[in-house]
Design a protein around this ligand. Structure first.
Ligand SMILES: Nc1nc2c(ncn2[C@@H]2O[C@H](COP(=O)(O)OP(=O)(O)OP(=O)(O)O)[C@@H](O)[C@H]2O)c(=O)[nH]1
Ligand SMILES: [Mg+2]
Ligand SMILES: [Zn+2]
Length: 338
């Protein structure tokens, strides 16, 4: 045991030494004026204390260290960076974000996951089984971030599965609420061109359960680049969490200043958990809006209270029962987690 502790200590010292060396090199280069002039870039992927950054001027990719006290840059961030003589970069500044999707982390509060997103594509599929509750959870989180949503129903080639789970009928509820839905298949190419047209000039991210086909969609849209795809386990019908870190893919364009991109994200683990009070959850359901404030009790949770305007709207059919049930399940879950 003691021996192991010693080793760990030694390893720790080694790590600290390497780190000091690196920082020394970095500051020496800075002092000697060896660093290039600052350049503007787009953060592609983050690997602990390093990140890949695309230079906006020529779309060259550089591996960069992050300057101390920089904050937490995420894919989609616009950054300023410089290169040392070995083409090793240092990210110096994160520019202000116009939007950010966050997730709660156990000890650090909310952590940003992706930044500067114009549209979130929520991907659903019949395999793993479609879950309206899961879709609703995503919609609540994204409404809180005030980013427009577009639903992608993938694996359209599995038409029997679509029928058996009555997915089209369920998605009609969302279309009526104003969420656009595009049906695609990465197997036979259906809907891929349509999706490319929607996505190519904006900044977007693909979110959704593991195994719904986010990386497969990326591979269809960016055939020359590559995002890792894996099989949905046929035993459990569950995804395998193949994608482990968010990664940005830039659309090709003749203009270098063109910055249309899509970020591939890992499955549910990254976005699926958050702690919100019932008020924030209710705000995530767009169709509740006109009824909120109409309840008899000011602190009404819209679950079983008398004189609840939301429950009345469910009774008259203005609000779909399945959406209200999702709401009840989400707040019951949050209450047990808190
Ligand atoms: N039948 C069918 N299978 C598909 C389609 N798109 C993807 N798949 C399959 O679904 C499985 C999962 O695809 P991925 O692209 O890895 O899924 P993902 O959403 O990126 O999963 P994570 O990275 O784990 O979050 C793979 O076996 C794909 O071949 C499709 O349109 N039709
Ligand atoms: Mg993936
Ligand atoms: Zn109420």
């Amino acid at each position: 045991m003691a021996k192991r502790d010693k080793l760990t200590q030694r390893q720790k010292r080694q790590v600290a030494k390497t780190q000091r060396k690196r920082l020394n090199k970095q500051s020496q280069a800075e002092e000697l004026g060896d660093l290039s002039a600052p350049m503007e870039g787009l953060l592609v992927s983050r690997y602990g204390e390093q990140a890949d950054v695309l230079a906006l001027k020529d779309h060259q990719k550089f591996r960069c260290y992050l300057r101390q006290n920089l904050g937490a840059p995420v894919p989609g961030d616009k950054v300023r960076f410089r290169l040392d003589p070995n083409q090793q970069g240092v990210v110096e500044t994160i520019h202000e974000r116009h939007s950010v999707l966050q997730r709660p982390s156990p000890h650090q509060g909310l952590k940003p996951v992706v930044a500067n997103i114009d549209k979130v594509f929520v991907v659903i599929a019949p395999l793993p089984d479609f879950s309206a509750l899961l879709l609703d959870r995503y919609l609540v989180a994204i409404r809180d971030a005030e980013i427009p949503v577009h639903i992608i129903a993938n694996k359209w080639d599995l038409s029997e599965e679509f029928n058996n789970q009555q997915i089209e009928a369920q998605l009609q509820t969302y279309q009526q609420l104003g969420y656009p839905v595009t049906f695609v298949s990465t197997k036979n190419g259906k809907g891929i061109d349509e999706l490319a047209t929607i996505a190519k000039d904006i900044s977007s991210v693909l979110v959704g359960q593991s195994g719904v086909g986010k990386s497969s969609i990326i591979n269809r849209l960016f055939p020359s680049q590559h995002s890792k795809v894996d099989l949905v386990s046929s035993n459990s019908r569950l995804g395998q969490h193949t994608t482990t870190a968010s990664q940005l893919f830039l659309f090709d364009s003749d203009e270098l200043q063109h910055e249309g991109f899509i970020i591939d994200s890992p499955g549910i683990r990254e976005f699926g958990l958050w702690h919100m009070d019932s008020h924030t959850v209710a705000n995530g359901f767009v169709e509740f809006d006109p009824h909120i404030g109409g309840c008899k009790f000011r602190d009404c949770k819209h679950v079983n209270e008398p004189g609840c305007a939301i429950i009345n709207a469910v009774k008259t059919g203005e609000i779909s029962e399945s959406r209200w049930l999702s709401y009840c399940k989400i707040i019951a879950n949050e209450e047990t987690n808190n």
